[in-house]
Design a protein. Sequence first.
Length: 33
Amino acid sequence: MAQESPSSRLLVPILLLIGWIVGCIIMVYVVFS
């Protein structure tokens, strides 16, 4: 994996976005439960 593919370059922002959304959902669930 010497050459960096566009998919691996997109993987980090997508994982960060998913983690941020999941974190927001957990916060809302904890606050309103």
